[in-house]
Ligand binder design. Structure first.
Ligand SMILES: Nc1ncnc2c1ncn2[C@@H]1O[C@H](COP(=O)(O)OP(=O)(O)OP(=O)(O)O)[C@@H](O)[C@H]1O
Length: 296
């Protein structure tokens, strides 16, 4: 779906050779720290930003080549961008008319996202962020699309709202839909997504099923001299990644890491399998280097 996608702003590679696909029947979480390139990627997918190179296809076609795109792909990029002067119902009705849909669909969607008739009569300008997100999701689902692209849809939702969204998306994917949703919060995505695409500084850092990424065996190691240990590990062909919590993470068994440290007489203060911290630890490790470089 996204192949070699790149967006360069001046000298800055906001999205750098990004390749991934979103499978039907699955919710794919697009995870990365602020500024990682998530929104730019989503904007390129729906033709709001022109790629510098690479391609972004939806069911084999570019967004701009899809006739009546709302019936193929539902998009929510910025819930706050909805017209503040219109009521929720007006906003959905206009979209329904533009897509050639029956007005009854508007009522169905209002009900689906839990906006009451009284709320639907209020102007969007008076909505809370959570209500705007619900309205935005209703808008995205209006045309019964097969693909959903949602940028930070859980923003503004409380924990109950996030559970609601999980159910909604799981109904969508059970019917064969493919959903891509971005988030900078691992906790949100962990609850909702089946697959993960992790991005940092415009580049893909990891992709796979949530379980796969959780299960990736690794070792957390900390020593008196991390620099020397890092060099020793690299000399063995290993690739230690500095951890956000100090020390480093290595894709190898603890015993293997321990042997390298012993051979170089480097005292260790910590040596353990990394799975314990789950995806969070992995996310922090994967993005630690990006975050640090971003600060300097
Ligand atoms: N129109 C633009 N002109 C110049 N730089 C841009 C433009 N749009 C985005 N960028 C830069 O591209 C990088 C990626 O931004 P993007 O909004 O895609 O990140 P993000 O992962 O969605 O983060 P956030 O969650 O903060 O929105 C950032 O460094 C941003 O400053």
């Amino acid at each position: 779906m996204v192949d070699g996608l790149t967006k360069v702003y001046g000298e800055h590679r906001a999205v750098d050779d990004v390749t991934f696909s979103v499978e039907p029947g699955r919710v794919t979480g697009f995870l990365g720290p602020n500024g990682a390139g998530k929104s730019t990627t989503l904007r390129m997918l729906c033709a709001l930003t022109r790629p510098t190179s690479g391609s972004a296809l939806l069911l084999g076609r570019r967004y701009e080549d899809i006739p009546n795109p709302g019936r193929t792909v539902g998009v929510l990029l910025d819930a706050s961008a909805q017209h503040p002067g219109r009521t929720g119902r007006e906003s959905l009705t206009l979209s329904a008319l533009a897509m050639g849909l029956d007005r009854r669909r508007v009522e169905e969607m209002l009900e689906l996202v839990g906006l009451t008739p009284a709320e639907a009569r209020r102007r969007v300008g008076a909505y809370s962020l959570g209500m705007r997100q619900r309205l935005g999701i209703a808008n995205a689902l209006l045309g019964s699309p097969r693909i959903l692209l949602l940028d930070e849809p859980a923003n503004g939702l409380d924990p109950a709202g996030i559970r609601w969204m999980r159910t909604l998306l799981s109904d969508f994917t059970s019917a064969g839909g493919a959903a891509l949703l971005s988030s900078h919060l691992l906790r949100e995505v962990e609850v909702i997504a089946d697959d993960l695409v992790v991005i940092g500084r415009g580049r893909i850092v990891a992709t796979g099923s949530k379980e796969e990424l959780l299960a990736t065996a690794g070792t957390v190691v900390r020593s008196d001299d991390d620099r020397a240990l890092e060099q020793a590990l690299r000399a063995q062909g290993l690739e230690p990644v500095p951890s956000a919590r100090g020390g480093m993470v290595v894709e190898a068994q603890p015993v293997e890491v321990g042997r390298v440290a012993a051979a170089h007489r480097i005292p260790l203060s910590e040596l353990r399998p990394s799975e314990s911290g789950g995806l969070e630890e992995r996310f922090l490790e994967l993005t630690a280097a990006d975050a640090r470089e971003g600060v300097s």
